[in-house]
Write a protein that binds this ligand. Sequence first.
Ligand SMILES: [Zn+2]
Length: 304
Amino acid sequence: MTVDGLVEGSTLGITYVHEHLMVKPQSDEPRFADYTLQDEEASTRETDSFRAAGGGTIVEMTPLYYGRNIEAYRRIAHRTGVTVICCTGFHKQEFLPPWFKEKNDTELYELLLDEITNGMDGTGVRPGVIKLGTSLNEITPDEERSIRLAARAHQETGIPISSHCDKGTMGMEQLKRLENLGVDPADVLLCHIDSKLDSAYAIELCREGASICIDHVGRELADHDKTRVKMILALLEAGYIDHVTLSGDMGKVNYLKAYGGKPGFSYILTDLKQELLRSITQKEFFQIMVENPRRIFTGHSEAR
Ligand SMILES: [Zn+2]
């Protein structure tokens, strides 16, 4: 499900599964200024660079009450030719809307279901993924609710779940809760797992049946992302290459070339690709960038 409705999975192409095109944390604290992307022209240029490097699809992971701008995502998609998939759902505790606590489970569930059925923010654009988030090393009672909501909305609609694991933590705890609620791990993508810098942990999550996203690449440029490359190789050796996705989560002015930062959206498909192809095959790179996202975002079961 994209900003232009349903498309064939085969048209998605190279997919970044966790990015931000336009985003604004709803807080006036100065430390969030860098995480604010509000220049549509710049975001369009950055998306153009992804297209020029061979990119096909971006999954926009800005959830409710985090400065989501569906109209802008649709315009950027149309101007660049990149397919954009949007999300519903909630971020971690710190970024939950003030009304989260005021609404009961039924009201929140109906809100998600309304976005999935009728579209988001009055645009008619329907989400292709449900987000949930947890805090560093803990799951708060509100986040427990968010997990239950996502599980229920997923079961009702078949839309996959993609989660924010703060600095990579709580991935297994999220997964166990979702499984207990009846969610198939194959429908769950755990993001930011590489931030924990622990390949054994990443492998364990894959063994449980979930997919993981390595999405904090491009921060250690001097080191050619050695740590992340090693982690991908460890996952490959363990037999889990079909559970791995790769993205940049570059929702920050310092990371985007069009905003004056680096390395920019093209990095994964240029420098990092070169680095990876020293140790993995083209086919394996294709599996990570095209096949795995296609499977996750079209629903793993053929019935859907
Ligand atoms: Zn993100």
